[in-house]
Design a protein around this ligand. Structure first.
Ligand code: KMH
Ligand code: ZN
Length: 277
């Protein structure tokens, strides 16, 4: 049954530079304000990358803990930390992200070319992330950048069991140069491939750059959920830079309402994803 729409905001990412994208939230204050405003608009999950004092991506443990605490204190959003980090981050630091105790964490299901870089996700590393999340009661969001990543997920669940909470949720990240394209046909193929995963598996989707709107519309029409934010999209329309994450969340909420699948509340989102209240 198609339900309302889970809206995840990914406000910062690790790729854009503050100097080039001044509206990017990089300080804790900026992130918290963004989180509160996006929650008020209809977001239920926040996918978090943090920055250091020079606005460079960091996985600093103290900052991660402070960020989780501030988001919990100031919002009811489900806090999902990125274990993807930046392409240069070592595996040990990416695993240590879980020590900050988020509600959810991302788990990318394979290696891919990532523009001019390589986003490395070795099988043993994926297994480590998955099993540590099971042990610690953290709910994963499996990041699917290519169709083969779904096959890898099927293998992971078959060998190592369901995630904490028992529900499987994946996010199709489409349109990365090196990954699957952000098209309706590809989203339909990825959606079809979910039939090989446990019954009830849910998906959200996001399209990088120009593929943002096609992917958003395709996901809604296929019964999927939405991820939006400046991690993935810095141009609102041709020649118009994104002004804020709120602008992207508001647009997604409008599309979801038109599709008669209004945003899930944070309580409904916790129920859907198996995240403790
Ligand atoms: N920044 C990318 C290299 C994730 O957050 O888990 C990886 C990424 C995926 O953004
Ligand atoms: Zn991310």
């Amino acid at each position: 049954m198609t339900t309302g729409t889970l809206i995840t905001v990914a406000p910062t990412g690790a790729e854009s530079a503050k100097a080039e994208v001044p509206a990017l939230p990089v300080t804790l204050d900026e992130l918290l304000l963004t989180a509160k405003e996006c929650e008020a608009l209809g977001a239920a999950v926040i996918h978090v990358h943090i920055r250091d004092d020079e606005a460079r991506p960091t996985l600093d443990q103290g900052r991660l803990r402070e960020t989780v605490a501030a988001l919990r204190e100031g919002t009811d959003l489900i806090v999902q930390l990125s274990t993807g980090g930046a392409v240069t981050d070592p595996e040990a630091d990416r695993l240590a992200v879980l020590d900050a105790g988020p509600d959810m964490a991302s788990c990318t299901m394979g290696t891919l070319n990532f523009g001019d870089d390589v986003f490395l996700n070795r099988w043993e590393f994926i297994v480590d992330l998955h099993t540590r999340m099971q042990e610690r009661g953290i709910v994963p969001e499996y990041e699917i950048f290519d169709l083969g990543h779904l096959t890898a997920l099927q293998r992971l669940l078959g060998k190592h069991g369901l995630p904490h909470g028992g529900h499987v949720h994946v996010d199709f990240v489409m349109g990365v140069p090196g990954g699957m394209p952000g098209t309706t046909a590809t989203l339909a193929a990825a959606h079809q491939a979910l039939r090989d995963l446990p019954e009830g598996t849910t998906f959200s989707a996001t399209g990088i750059g120009r593929s943002t709107i096609p992917v958003l519309l395709a996901s809604l029409s296929a019964g999927g959920h939405l991820r939006v934010g400046m991690e993935d999209t810095v141009t609102y329309a041709k020649g118009r830079p994104v002004e804020s994450n709120m602008q992207l969340v508001a647009r997604a909420v409008g599309f979801a309402q038109l599709a008669q699948r209004p945003p899930l509340t944070t309580t409904e989102a916790r129920e859907l994803l198996g995240v403790a209240p």
